[in-house]
Design a binder for this molecule. Structure first.
Ligand SMILES: *[C@@H]1O[C@H](CO)[C@@H](O)[C@H](O)[C@H]1NC(C)=O
Ligand SMILES: *[C@@H]1O[C@H](CO)[C@@H](O)[C@H](O)[C@H]1NC(C)=O
Ligand SMILES: *[C@@H]1O[C@H](CO)[C@@H](O)[C@H](O)[C@H]1NC(C)=O
Ligand SMILES: *[C@@H]1O[C@H](CO)[C@@H](O)[C@H](O)[C@H]1NC(C)=O
Length: 348
């Protein structure tokens, strides 16, 4: 091997090491410096939104003014958009579908940026028979209803669950008995069902002020008290009722409700929707809110979620595809409520 070859290899090695140095960890040095710069202008409200269909009407709203010098920062596959909303400093970020994406994105937002509160909005399925498509809900509590202990066949509500004695799982929250959803044809006794019961479990959490690696548990996570109080004042906001010439039977309203639930499940099933309503008093059913609530709860950052109802979560009658017709109206209604909420928050 010639001298020149050695030299080339050495140069290459130095270059590679340089690259490694700059890109060690998820956020490179240059981005980190820009994050520092942005944070000096904070604090910001973090606006977290599931997908582009829900985010675009906000970006297109005249209330949103992107920052002239630095409209966004791209980090870890997410775009953090910097600007002002209702003249308040915000960072808007899209999560992508479901709990993992929502959790990762919120964690990045709160770890990297100087955020004083998280405002989340989007559309949701509806389990509450008193409400209709287009209504905008603001639940007081959120739970992740997708963490289960699936009980073995033969065991029942009086049997201890696997690992229950270790404190890993609990029977406190309740269960879904699959056999009770058999469609009986009137032939006597309930059939047994090998799928048996699934028991809902609280999330293991590690709050910032807790002892590292010492778990706590959380099922119902409340939204911020102050935010929830303020949201009461939005109820008179006039919302869209028609898509082209197709109108909803009554004008949509803004309602503070008791509960919302989230899981990695698109609920398009009437029986499960009714179960979620009767068991948990859930109104909004979605795939992200509880995850964002859980991350904010652990960071001790105020949080609220605004979710407009875009379909009946499988409970629709003749309109089997309500979501397709009214989804854009539902998104716009959620955006309108978010803007009013920010305005009220600033004047409070
Ligand atoms: C936004 O842009 C202005 C200039 O238009 C600048 O002074 C300000 O620092 C920027 N804010 C952030 C958060 O980058
Ligand atoms: C339950 O069974 C009855 C009788 O076969 C049938 O008419 C009904 O549509 C079934 N319901 C569902 C939800 O499948
Ligand atoms: C269920 O929620 C509704 C509002 O969403 C509330 O008015 C009602 O009091 C709640 N019921 C129970 C039993 O908590
Ligand atoms: C409403 O009308 C616009 C313009 O004609 C059209 O682009 C859009 O697809 C219509 N929306 C629905 C849901 O029919």
């Amino acid at each position: 091997m010639g001298r020149l070859q050695h030299l080339k290899e050495a140069v290459l090695l130095v270059m590679v090491m340089g690259l490694l140095k700059r890109s060690s960890g998820a956020v490179d040095h240059r981005s980190m410096k820009m994050v520092d710069g942005v944070n000096r202008e904070g604090p910001f409200f973090g606006i977290v939104v599931p997908n582009s269909f829900e985010m675009n009407p906000l970006l297109q709203s005249p209330s949103f003014v992107p920052n002239e010098t630095l409209p966004y920062l791209d980090i870890s596959g997410r775009r953090f958009r910097i600007g002002r909303l209702e003249n308040e400093k915000v960072i808007i970020v899209m999560t992508g579908l479901s709990m993992l994406n929502a959790g990762i994105t919120t964690e990045l937002l709160l770890t990297l940026f100087n955020v004083k509160g998280v405002l989340h909005y989007g559309i949701a399925g509806n389990a509450n028979p008193n409400l209709q498509i287009g209504d905008v809900t603001i639940p007081q509590y959120w739970a992740h209803t997708g963490l289960w202990n699936w009980q073995r066949f033969g065991d029942g509500p009086d049997s201890e669950l696997a690992f229950e004695s270790d404190g890993d799982y609990t029977r406190k929250i309740g269960y879904l008995n699959i056999a009770s959803f058999n469609n009986h044809t009137g032939s006597g006794k309930a059939d047994q069902n090998l799928l048996n019961n699934v028991w809902y479990q609280p999330e293991e959490i590690f709050p910032v002020n807790g002892v590292p690696e010492v778990r706590q548990h959380a099922f119902w996570v409340p939204v911020d008290k102050h935010y929830f109080t303020i949201s009461k004042k939005i109820k008179d906001l006039k919302l869209g009722q028609c898509v082209n010439s197709t109108c909803l039977p009554r004008a949509p309203m803004v309602v503070r409700v008791d509960r919302g639930v989230s899981a990695n499940v698109f609920v398009d099933n009437s029986a499960y929707r009714q179960f979620l309503y009767s068991k948990f008093n859930a109104t909004a059913i979605d795939m992200e809110s509880a995850s964002i609530a859980l991350v904010c709860h652990q960071h001790k950052i105020p949080f609220i979620a605004i979710r407009s109802l875009s379909d009946l979560a499988g409970g629709g009658s003749s309109l089997s595809n309500e979501a397709a017709i009214f989804a854009s109206l539902a998104v716009q209604n959620a955006v309108d409520v978010l803007l009013r909420f920010i305005a009220l928050l600033l004047s409070s």
